[in-house]
Design a protein around this ligand. Structure first.
Ligand code: AMP
Ligand code: ZN
Length: 475
């Protein structure tokens, strides 16, 4: 049997509450599931913190040599204003707010979400599946849960019976009261529930008769609960055993707790081994919420002159397991350091051969930092250490370009300063040749002008004629 070479990674696992070596089910392969956005409004920068850090996690796994398959859902139905199954469907709230159909809202905000992701260099997961695409899968799963006695019908809805589980609270050691706080927004009692923690798998009755999207089901026309979608979509694409599941910390309860309950009752065995949760980014007034009306978006930051990369760096400077408070003061500092960093890197020469031996210890330091429970701030320190190192510029460039596969900060986007890696004699020679070419063109000797351009090209110098005159670049 061949051995796949992968670097050892350690991750904090919410399930065991410890940092553990990461060992996937299949050697060299990782199945990863991410809770996607509820597309009833723009993502706020808190949501985007979660997606940035999950992106770093995915890229760390790839950097360590794993073949990652990542799936994300798009919540376009079933997520009610309270995570504990009460209130109005968030999608419907969005549609009413904007006087559009639910599907129009879903498309608009889904596109907006992926635009934000692209700006932030967040890789699109291998599979992105809207919940409304998977109604037959949800129905199938609910039928089995009912058949196996894990679910019941009451008042027209199908509920999961949490009393059937030995340990419903596997993901958390908090008590019920504390956990309910995580359920967000107003928590209302539903009299159909046998147990307080039971949750809806399929709604046919809700207080909101104008629910736009409804489907036929064995229990009547209705729509799925929010939690079932992630269990079913994950099992559909990633099979019965999942390596790692991620989301923001508010997802631990009830969403992920309910996902485990459904998936493991349906499958009859343990489902997911590692749970990765990103702590919240809050503003100075407290929690960020899309329903609050005014909230911080990536576009707002852009309007104020902060590039998405500055926000990404802001996220990377803190550990994902620490709560973060947003302030423009901190963002300004990050902006300054980011711009300085990119400029410094742009000034590195592109000449020479990488010195592999010297680069090795920096590669190890980077892997050690990022592989140690995704310690992004320590990984950034390694970036600065490389810049300070006694090493050829070209080796520094090679290292930083390598680290940027994980950090995705566009570290090398700065144009090399004109003349970087070009000695003074060559510079003088280029200027002289540009003059000669100008003369040749004036004299309509285009053959000579072209010959000069080609000769410089062979030396790795590209000429461009602009309105301001001829400029040159190293290629
Ligand atoms: P939603 O669109 O509300 O379903 O949330 C999308 C993702 O953002 C989920 O993984 C949430 O757990 C996460 N999230 C929500 N609020 C925050 C926040 N303030 N900071 C970080 N992540 C958040
Ligand atoms: Zn989910």
């Amino acid at each position: 049997m061949s051995t796949i070479m992968t670097e050892q990674i350690h991750l904090y696992n919410t399930l065991t509450r410890t940092i553990e070596p990461f060992v996937p089910n299949k050697e060299g392969k990782v199945s990863m599931y991410t809770c996607g956005p509820t597309v009833y409004h723009f993502a706020h920068i808190g949501n985007l913190r979660s997606y940035v850090m999950e992106d770093v996690l995915e890229k760390t796994l790839r950097y360590a040599g794993y073949d990652v398959k990542r799936v994300m859902n798009i919540t376009d139905v079933g997520h009610l204003s309270s995570d504990a199954d009460s209130g109005e469907d968030k999608m419907l709230m969005g549609a009413k707010r904007e006087k559009k159909s639910v599907m129009e809202i879903a498309k608009f905000y889904r596109d907006a979400f992926f635009e934000d992701c692209e700006k932030l260099n967040i890789k699109t997961p291998d599979i992105v599946e809207p919940a409304t695409n998977c109604i037959p899968e949800f129905i199938h799963m609910i039928e089995k849960l009912l058949g196996d006695g894990y679910a019941y019908i009451a008042g027209g809805n199908v509920y999961f019976d949490t009393s059937k589980l030995k340990n419903y609270y596997v993901l958390s050691n908090q008590n019920e009261e504390e956990l309910m706080v995580g359920a967000r927004e107003d928590v209302e009692e539903d009299e159909n529930k046998k147990n307080k923690t039971d949750f809806v798998l399929w709604f046919t009755k809700s207080k909101f008769d104008d629910q736009e999207l409804k489907w036929e089901s064995p229990w009547g026309i209705g729509y799925p609960g929010w939690h079932i979608e992630c269990s079913a979509i994950s099992i559909k694409h990633l099979g019965e055993k999942l390596d790692i599941h991620c989301g923001g910390v508010d997802n631990i309860f009830p969403h992920h707790t309910n996902e485990i309950a459904q998936s493991e009752s349906y499958l009859g065995h343990k489902w997911c081994n590692y749970w990765f949760h990103v702590l919240h980014l809050n503003d100075q007034t407290g929690k960020m919420s899309k329903s609050k009306g005014d909230f911080l978006t990536l576009s707002l930051l852009e309007e104020k002159g902060y590039s998405p990369m500055v926000y990404r760096m802001f996220c990377l400077q803190s550990h994902y397991r620490k709560p973060l408070v947003f302030s423009y003061e901190v963002l300004n500092n990050v902006k300054q350091s980011y711009e300085k960093l990119v400029k410094k890197i742009a000034g590195l020469s592109e000449e020479g051969e990488p010195e592999e031996e010297k680069m090795k210890s920096y590669r190890e330091a980077f892997m050690h930092a990022i592989g140690n429970d995704i310690n992004t701030s320590q990984a950034l320190t390694v970036v600065y250490d490389v810049l300070k190192a006694e090493m050829d510029d070209v080796s520094k460039r090679a290292l930083l370009s390598d680290f940027d596969k994980v950090l995705s900060l566009d570290l090398l986007k700065g144009q090399p300063e004109k003349g970087a890696g070009v000695d003074d004699d060559l510079k003088e020679y280029i200027e002289q040749k540009i003059m000669e070419r100008k003369e040749a063109k004036k004299a309509k000797d285009f053959a000579k002008a072209d010959a000069i351009r080609d000769e410089l090209l062979e030396k790795g110098i590209e000429l461009k004629d602009t309105r301001e005159g001829t400029v040159w670049n190293r290629i």
